[in-house]
Design a protein. Structure first.
Length: 611
């Protein structure tokens, strides 16, 4: 090996990896998150110890982590889902950028001697939040698919789109910049054309390309193809003046419905995590401690002021867009920081002579420190909202209107087991459930599940009840089940109803209501459990099965008797062998007995007079 470049490269790589290995687990253990750990490691490696003189060199490589992050997010967002978010993206997102930019611009003009042009760059540069920081924090906390995660993503996505016109305006704000209009129009047309090309390529070329590579069976070629697609789409957007991350995101969305989606995500994940860590470390390394020491008072005032203004505006806009209080607070606390695109705007403003490098350094310090404080602002959230309140999700039934063989209402333990039988038998199943946690968990396993309240007619309609061959009501609570059954029988009298019954009494009520099929939630499992216990006591498997089947048969006969004579009829059919009862004496007060019928819900006591 010639020269000293290679040993230097390896030593720098060891320093970076060593910083990540130490800082990320330490800060994670302290509850501060890995993002803050990477940032702290960058500050120590760069400004404090001076082990890296040029953080820009790390930035050029590490920025690819943000690109991969947006590609992975795109893989999880089908075009139909993205279209359903259009109001949040182009309504809430646009309002946030414009209003925050104008407020911060006005503040800069009032509190500083800057001109209107410089104040506009400062205001809109600080209005942008960090896509990398915010999304990484949401992913670490498992909140990307929650309502505030989706709101935050919509705002960030519009900010990524907004960087194009914002950068195009900067030359116009510069001295003598009025002549740049034609060039800006040309750049805008080029950007639109590049997006159209990428969408067309994603629609007609990407899936066939991955199919050809996948058929070769060469895993390394599949990984190389995935990285090539991400890089090529990112570079195309960069040439057109758009952000590289936007190009990768569009490519991911185009592959969201591909059968190779999960494999691509698994291939990209290791590169994404490592490069994102380097990106955050590079931000820490770029911090100018000299500026911090000289302008500490300005920065000390500006950082919390900017974060508070951004959070207040985001909260207010979310509420104006009919978002609940807790979701609005969570969204506001995730996005109060400055963003990496602010670095680009400030550097461009210096290049065009709008303000000097000293001002740019102060602004970059403000953005960097606001990033560092974001995990703390997120941690303060529970003080401002009720963290125990059940989470709600947006109702989105995209794709459910085509219907399925079975519409299942409720996806707790009973429904989860039943659905496996149906899916294994080749049936299509559409599921609706009111628990956001269950919906998110089931979506990760590929279930076609939607968040919604099954007691509402509009939800059942959106979920495709008119096209379902059978409606399976698997909800847990008796009153909820009865409400759903009554609604379906009233509005959809032709629907075939299969219902989970709460207990024996509920079974009789459902039969009286003429549902096609019902099953007590614990009956069959109790039969299997009892038969297996008999085997453990020495009874043969065949004999135990015969006893189980006999009990099932006599239980059905007893139900028919009870349907006519009442719930307490048919007691003589509970046992195969005669039972000698204990002598009864007249009690002085009501006696409490616990039903021993296998079909009754465990631990449910009832008060009755002995007969």
């Amino acid at each position: 090996m010639a020269g000293g470049a290679t040993p230097g490269f390896y030593s720098e790589a060891i320093i970076l990896l060593g910083g990540a290995v130490v800082a990320a687990p330490l800060f994670k253990r302290l509850g501060l998150g890995t993002v803050l750990g990477y940032l702290a490691a960058g500050v120590v490696i760069g400004p404090l110890l001076g082990l890296f003189a040029d953080a820009e060199a790390v930035f050029q490589v590490a920025e690819f982590g943000v690109v991969l992050l947006l590609f992975v997010i795109g893989l999880e967002l089908k075009p139909s889902r993205l279209w359903s978010m259009r109001r949040s993206i182009f309504g809430l997102g646009a309002a946030q950028v414009v209003l925050t930019g104008l407020v911060l611009c006005a503040l800069a003009m009032v509190l500083t001697p800057f001109s209107l042009s410089a104040s506009l760059v400062i205001g809109f540069g600080l209005a942008l939040s960090s896509t990398a920081f915010a999304l990484q924090i949401l992913e670490e906390r498992g909140e990307m698919s929650r309502r505030h995660g989706q709101k935050s993503f919509a705002i960030l996505l519009f900010q990524d789109l907004a960087i194009v016109p914002l950068l195009a305006i900067i030359p116009l704000l510069a001295p003598g910049g009025a002549d740049a209009g034609n060039m800006n129009a040309l750049n805008f047309a080029l950007a639109i054309g590049a997006v159209a090309v990428l969408i067309a390529a994603g629609r007609y070329l990407l899936n066939p390309l991955f199919r050809i590579i996948g058929n070769t069976g060469a895993r390394e070629a599949m990984i190389a193809t995935a990285l090539f697609v991400v890089l090529a789409s990112a570079m195309l957007m960069q040439v057109a003046g758009l952000s590289m991350a936007m190009g990768a995101f569009i490519a991911g969305v185009m592959l969201a419905e591909s059968s190779y989606r999960h494999e691509l995500e698994a291939d990209i994940e290791p590169f994404r995590g490592l490069l994102l860590g380097l990106f955050f470390m590079a931000i820490g390394m770029s911090l100018d401690l000299g500026v911090l020491l000289r302008e500490w008072l300005v920065i000390l005032i500006a950082v919390p002021l900017v974060m508070a203004i951004k959070a207040a505006i985001i909260y207010g806009l979310c509420r104006a867009f009919a978002t609940p209080h807790d979701v609005s607070v969570r969204t506001a606390l995730v996005l109060p920081q400055g963003g990496e695109f602010g670095f680009v705007m400030f550097s461009s403003a210096v290049a065009f002579g709008i303000f000097d490098g000293q001002t740019s350094s102060i602004l970059i310090a403000i953005v960097t420190l606001s990033m560092a404080l974001t995990p703390i602002s997120v941690a303060l959230g529970p003080l401002l909202y009720d963290d125990d309140k059940p989470e709600q999700m947006d109702e989105d039934f995209a794709g459910a209107d085509r219907g399925a063989d079975v519409l299942m209402v409720g996806f707790s333990r009973f429904g989860q087991v039943a659905s496996q039988i149906l899916l294994s038998g080749g049936s299509d199943v559409t599921i609706i459930d009111h628990s956001a946690d269950r919906v998110r968990a089931a979506q990760r396993f590929g279930f076609r599940i939607y968040f919604g309240d099954g007691t509402r007619k509009d939800v059942l309609e959106a979920a495709g009840i008119k096209r379902a061959k059978i409606v399976a009501v698997c909800t847990q609570k008796k009153d909820v089940t009865d409400q759903i059954v009554a609604l379906i029988q009233r509005e959809y009298p032709e629907a075939r109803l299969f219902v989970r019954a709460y207990d024996r009494a509920h079974t009789l009520e459902l039969r009286a209501g003429n549902v096609e099929y019902e099953l007590r939630e614990t009956f069959e499992s109790g039969l299997v459990f009892g038969a297996r216990t008999l085997q453990a006591l020495g009874v043969s498997e065949d004999a135990a099965s015969e006893i189980r089947d006999d009990v099932r048969k006599r239980d059905e006969e007893r139900l028919r008797i009870q349907a006519v004579e009442g719930i307490y009829a048919g007691g003589h059919m509970l046992h195969t062998e005669p039972v000698t009862p204990e002598p009864l004496t007249k009690p002085t007060r009501e006696a409490k007995v616990i039903y021993t019928d296998q079909s009754d819900t465990p631990d449910r006591e009832e008060t009755t007079e002995p007969s």
